[in-house]
Design a protein around this ligand. Structure first.
Ligand code: NDP
Length: 464
């Protein structure tokens, strides 16, 4: 007789991936339980995308006031009430978290507010609840958590804050130094600078946002500097000293600077520690991410993993799509692998980035000969007020097929534009088809269908 379990599916982690998988399985008739040790909603809703976007909105106003004045408005005294903002943000986050909980319950999934630890491949202990349950299938969707260097590597690291803390600061600092050059570092640099905080970004590499297109990296760094952010490249922390004047940052390039706050945004790690994975036969990579195949199945036959814990592409919509594919594979007998190619992504820096497909460097490697189209211009709102901010748009075309294989935009509304451009890239539209699309005037987006002149990088022009 087949062994019976308490549940058909036990999901560990109620973030974007876990909630979607649990709801779909429960709505399909499976007996589902979910364990969440913190608040329902996960990184995205509680301490990531959503509250970050509210902070971006809040900080963008300072720039908006300048633009308004350029258009003839008189803007009175400007002041920002951080405490009021935080209170409103928390109300909205609580509302969204509540919706996630309600949706789980409506779907018929049972929610445990507890940390879950695997005891074997079918058994889960609910820590602090004095309860152990069994499940036929288990989904690991525990996400990631902030990583910090050890106090040996950076003495004084205990004085820094992370993005988790940035959402709940008791007051806005007068000055901040942000360490890191990835998504979180550049997004928070824009947020703090926009809110009037004297902001310095320190990154160890030659340019921020490693992995993004080179023109995008340079353009954004220039624009961030126009927004008053100081960027220090090729340096990292040696140590941090707490004094009565503030936190003294000693950097490897010899620079010493004192700021009221220091924020480290030097990456996140899969939250797999203490989960009991080894007892269940689930193997992890050296960086702690769970090893999965393209169907999100782990090395244990009845256990799957989706989202940031697998480290494939740490983006909310990707976790959701991996969860949908998991549901199709496991509960609908239709093996489905989410296609991680041409996933659009945005960095909510100021100005923001929207990007989909290959960078120029990747395309040159993968596609051989490519044509590049680039434009840099002042959007009409900026030109009107005599502002100096410029927008970048770049298309990368594979010569052999004429397909547009990469689109990169830096400037206002870039994330909104790239979502639409991603459809064309995913469909494999050719440059000729982009050109056949009539422009919509007057917009900044129209530039993307009116790019005619091929761009030849200096080094290639010299070689020809
Ligand atoms: P990232 O991996 O994007 O960036 C980490 C940064 O820290 C890099 O610049 C890295 O440098 C630097 N770094 C790593 N180790 C050290 C070290 N020991 N000392 C100094 N610097 C170091 O991580 P984030 O934490 O910014 O974001 C995590 C992930 O979350 C992102 O990759 C993204 O997938 C997701 N995310 C998405 C957002 C969005 O969609 N808008 C927003 C925020 C996060 P180097 O490049 O040299 O390795």
């Amino acid at each position: 007789m087949a062994k019976t379990y308490d549940y058909d599916l036990f999901v560990i982690g109620a973030g974007s991936g876990g909630v979607r998988a649990a709801r779909l399985a429960a709505m399909g008739g499976a007996r589902v339980a979910v364990a969440e040790s913190y608040r329902v909603g996960g990184t995205c809703v509680i301490r990531g995308c959503v509250p970050k976007k509210f902070m971006v909105y809040a900080s963008e106003f300072s720039h908006g006031f300048d633009v308004a004045e350029g258009f003839g408005w008189t803007v009175g005294e400007r002041s920002f009430d951080w405490a009021k903002f935080v209170e409103r943000k928390d109300v909205e986050i609580a509302r969204l978290s509540g919706i996630y909980t309600t949706n789980l319950e409506k779907a018929g999934a049972e929610l445990f507010h507890a940390r879950a630890v695997l005891k074997d491949a079918h058994t889960v202990e609910l820590v602090g609840k004095d309860r152990t349950v069994t499940a036929d299938k288990i989904l690991i969707a525990v996400g990631g958590k902030v990583w910090l260097p050890s106090p040996d590597a950076v003495p004084g690291i205990e004085h820094v804050i992370t993005s988790d803390d940035a959402f709940h600061l008791p007051h806005l600092p007068k000055s901040i130094l942000i360490a890191g050059g990835g998504y979180i570092a550049v997004e928070f640099a824009g947020i703090f600078a926009g809110l009037g905080v004297d902001t310095t970004l320190v990154y160890r590499g030659p340019n921020i946002l490693r992995g993004f297109d080179e023109d995008v990296r340079t353009h954004l760094a220039d624009e961030m500097e126009k927004h008053g952010i100081k960027i220090v490249l090729g340096a990292q922390h040696q140590r941090i000293e707490k004094t009565d004047k503030g936190l003294v940052n000693h950097l490897t390039n010899g620079l010493v600077c004192t700021t009221e706050q220091v924020m480290f945004a030097v990456g996140r790690r899969a939250a797999t520690e203490g989960l009991g994975l080894e007892t269940a036969g689930v193997e992890v990579e050296a960086d702690g991410t769970v090893k999965v195949d393209r169907f999100s199945q782990t090395t244990a036959a009845n256990i799957w993993a989706v989202g940031d814990v697998t480290g494939r592409m740490n983006l909310t919509p990707v976790a959701i799509r991996e969860a949908v594919a998991f549901n199709q594979t496991v509960f609908h007998d239709t093996p489905t692998a989410f296609d991680h190619d041409n996933v659009p992504t945005a960095v909510f820096s100021q100005p923001p980035i929207g990007t989909v497909g290959l960078t120029e460097a990747e395309a040159r490697k993968k596609c051989g000969k490519v044509d590049i189209y680039v434009t840099r211009f002042r959007p009409m709102k900026q030109a009107f007020i005599g502002g100096q901010e410029r927008m970048l748009m770049k298309l990368i075309v594979e010569c052999a097929t004429d397909r547009v294989v990469g689109v990169h935009i830096v400037g206002p509304d870039a994330p909104e534009m790239i979502q639409m451009a991603a459809i064309a890239v995913k469909m494999g539209a050719t440059k000729a088809q982009w050109d056949q699309t009539c422009a919509l005037h007057p917009t900044a987006a129209e530039e993307i269908v009116t790019l005619r002149e091929k761009y030849v990088p200096h080094e290639l022009a010299a070689a020809e």
